[in-house]
Design a binder for this molecule. Structure first.
Ligand code: PHE
Length: 348
């Protein structure tokens, strides 16, 4: 018991020396001395080790100590309380001018590629096309073979392909035509779809090329679909996207999956027929590839090529966005520099 009495004396001195300067220190004190795992509680726990004849004496001393510790706490609390009340008397927000405009919270803006993609898709929607999507990791059949590009076909070199190490039959799609194949394989005719999405090609990154970019491809299959339908559809599209005064021209071209094939140019928007470096002085800019779906492709997908014909087209969204906004470096689209991205306001 002697030992405990000494301890109590020590605690008293410690408490006398404590200076409480704020609510945090007061709470620390409360926890240390008066808390449920605090010193006072622990000392009361010692009662059971005290010999019976000394219990009364020790109990009295302990009680005194408890009251001492509690009174100290009350005193400090009251003096701090004054401080708190002074602050509390000031109404919350006093000194703030509520008539000032609020701080605007910055909101993000839509990526230019998304803006233009939505715009392209919405034009075709108005013509009755619906949107179809498919996988970016594709097998050889849907990306190449079904599209009339059997193995070792030289035209495969037109699109530098990323193949998967695990399985050489898998690749990153080089165009969204894979979606068209998947739709044709469902055999629900007629088909009138646009396929927006990201595609991958193993190209060295520069201002004019990137290892991934975005496309919108389109496919229309029905009885009696003709090249005239293709032309008129694309003419409408271009006028909606770039304005009524834009002209189009078709140049014969080659794609394994279309026959005949063409590339479509629009009159250069920047120089208005005078010639500039965007159109390389030709006054025309190429914006898409197109053609009548090759009968072999229809057959590959189980569609009767005697009964059905169709047209297809494909365009790069980056290229169209660059033309529309006069952007001269493809890399800007994937650098995510806020100063670049902030300049585009979405109307779509
Ligand atoms: N798939 C072609 C490409 O990615 C584009 C295209 C689609 C051309 C449909 C003609 C018809 O280059």
């Amino acid at each position: 018991m002697e030992n405990l009495l000494q301890q109590i004396e020590g605690y008293k001195q410690e408490i006398d020396a404590i200076e409480i300067n704020g609510a945090v220190a007061l709470e620390e004190y409360r926890i240390r001395f008066l808390g449920t795992k605090g010193i006072v509680k622990a000392l009361f726990g010692e009662m059971r080790n005290i010999p019976a004849d000394q219990k009364k004496e020790f109990g009295a001393i302990l009680n005194d100590f408890k009251l001492f510790a509690e009174r100290k706490f009350d005193t400090w609390k009251n003096s701090l309380g004054d401080l708190v009340t002074v602050n509390e008397e000031a109404p919350a927000g006093a000194g703030i001018d509520w008539t000032l405009p609020g701080d605007p919270s910055p909101i993000g803006s839509r990526h230019p590629i998304s803006i233009v993609r939505n715009e392209i898709v919405s034009i075709f929607r108005r013509l009755g096309f619906s949107v179809a999507e498919g996988p970016e990791i594709e097998d050889d059949w849907h990306n190449f073979t079904a599209l009339n590009l059997p193995e070792n076909h030289p035209a495969r070199d037109m699109q530098d392909t990323f193949y998967m190490n695990q399985n050489p039959d898998w690749l990153l799609r080089t165009h969204t035509s894979n979606v068209q194949v998947r739709e044709m394989e469902k055999h629900k005719l007629p088909i009138r779809i646009v396929c927006p999405g990201r595609v991958y090609r193993n190209e060295t990154i520069s201002a004019r090329a990137h290892c991934f970019f975005h496309q919108v491809e389109g496919l229309y299959i029905d009885e009696h679909v003709s090249f005239a339908d293709l032309k008129q559809t694309l003419y409408f599209f271009v006028q909606e996207l770039f304005g009524r005064e834009v002209k189009i021209r078709f140049r014969p071209s080659y794609f394994p999956f279309t026959e005949p094939s063409a590339e479509m140019d629009i009159s250069c928007l920047l120089c208005n027929g005078k010639g500039c470096n965007v159109c390389k002085q030709t006054t025309w800019v190429e914006i898409l590839g197109c053609g009548m779906v090759h009968p072999q492709v229809l057959e590959n997908c189980g569609i009767d090529s005697n009964k059905y014909t169709g047209f297809a087209f494909g365009m790069g969204i980056e290229r169209i966005t660059m033309l529309k906004y006069q952007i001269n470096d493809l890399r800007l689209f994937s650098e995510n520099d806020v100063r670049f991205l902030q300049q585009f306001t979405a109307t779509y």
